[in-house]
Design a protein around this ligand. Structure first.
Ligand SMILES: NC(=O)c1ccc[n+]([C@@H]2O[C@H](COP(=O)([O-])OP(=O)(O)OC[C@H]3O[C@@H](n4cnc5c(N)ncnc54)[C@H](OP(=O)(O)O)[C@@H]3O)[C@@H](O)[C@H]2O)c1
Length: 287
């Protein structure tokens, strides 16, 4: 069993941290809003005042926060950043969904300081984090991955080595934008069919029987039919991933007109007040 620091007790982080505790690891936790650490402390974790302090005794340090700015601050803040507390030989893991360029930069910084590092974003949402069914995309060297494989297996059912830190984060954004585009299209066609008098549940029943509807979209269709928009993968995070995919496209110099257009739909959903709703909540734009 390892001594692990987990930084970021958001919806995903808290669930993954709980699985690490249940697996028997010692857990050091920190969150910007300290109250969110309390449930983990009640299960045996030790709370710290800064990422640096949490990292000081850990053999493995995991960060899972909202975006690039948060990741940069948690790792690199001069006074409080985890980097300042990293022991020699400790493995640094970044689970957040970030731009490939920041992921690459962070990997370079770690490499320059001789810290083993993996950029390891996860596919799946809160239910998969809770049940240990995440799919993890790991960018970094295989020796480092082997050293933490058992830790990742406590929350991820499938662990894919996918090249370097740019590759894993690029693939993660590709997966999320592909999914987000399908969900946006589904919400539009559902709106169309409703205008003909077809009940949403009937429309979804038909669409879900067709080979053109992907397994992930079937789940979202069921939520739309039930008007269940309770947050799992909130619209605000979806929009962030589209923004990051757009930045990624600019960096590598390739056009992404569909990603740009669909990002605008998610922005409309935010403007309409649905930012905290699950991704299925964009259906509310068409009712
Ligand atoms: N939700 C999903 O389905 C899902 C699935 C896969 C991957 N992801 C990715 O996983 C990451 C976390 O997602 P989540 O759903 O757990 O989000 P969340 O519930 O909104 O949690 C965000 C976390 O980031 C922290 N944070 C935000 N800004 C910060 C800053 N400037 N400095 C330090 N900490 C900061 C928050 O701290 P406070 O508590 O203080 O606000 C919180 O701990 C994101 O990158 C997301 O894209 C999400």
């Amino acid at each position: 069993m390892s001594n692990i620091a987990f930084l970021g007790m958001g919806a995903m982080g808290a669930r993954i941290a709980t699985r690490l505790l249940t697996a028997g690891h010692s857990l050091q936790v920190w969150n910007r809003t300290p109250e969110r650490c309390q449930p983990l402390v009640e299960q045996g974790a030790t709370v710290h005042n800064s990422p640096r302090q949490a990292a000081e005794t850990a053999a493995v340090v995991i960060v899972m926060v909202a975006d690039d700015d948060a990741s940069r601050q948690v790792w690199l803040d001069e006074k409080t950043g985890a980097m300042g507390g990293l022991r020699q030989g400790a493995v640094a893991l970044e689970y957040s969904t970030l731009t490939p360029s920041w992921s690459h930069e962070l990997a370079q910084i770690m490499s320059n300081l001789n810290h083993p590092f993996l950029a390891a974003p996860v596919v799946g949402s809160r239910p998969q984090a809770e049940t240990g069914q995440l799919i993890q995309l790991v960018g970094g060297d295989l020796t480092t991955l082997t050293s933490v494989q058992a830790i990742l297996a406590s929350h991820s059912a499938v662990i894919h080595p996918v090249g370097d830190a740019t590759h894993s984060m690029g693939l993660k954004l590709a997966i999320n934008t592909l999914f987000g585009i399908q969900v946006a299209a589904l919400s539009e066609v559902l709106g169309l069919l409703q205008k003909t008098g077809m009940a949403p549940s009937t429309a979804i029943d038909w669409l879900n029987q067709m080979p053109t509807t992907s397994p992930a979209l079937k789940g979202i269709g069921a939520l739309m039919a039930a008007q269940n928009y309770a947050p799992l993968f909130p619209v605000d995070l979806v929009e962030k991933d589209f923004r990051y995919a757009q930045l990624f496209a600019q960096t590598v110099g390739t056009p992404v007109p569909t990603i740009e257009a669909v990002r605008e739909v998610y922005q409309q959903a935010q403007e309409a007040g649905y930012g905290a709703d699950n991704i299925a909540g964009i259906a509310q734009l068409y009712v």
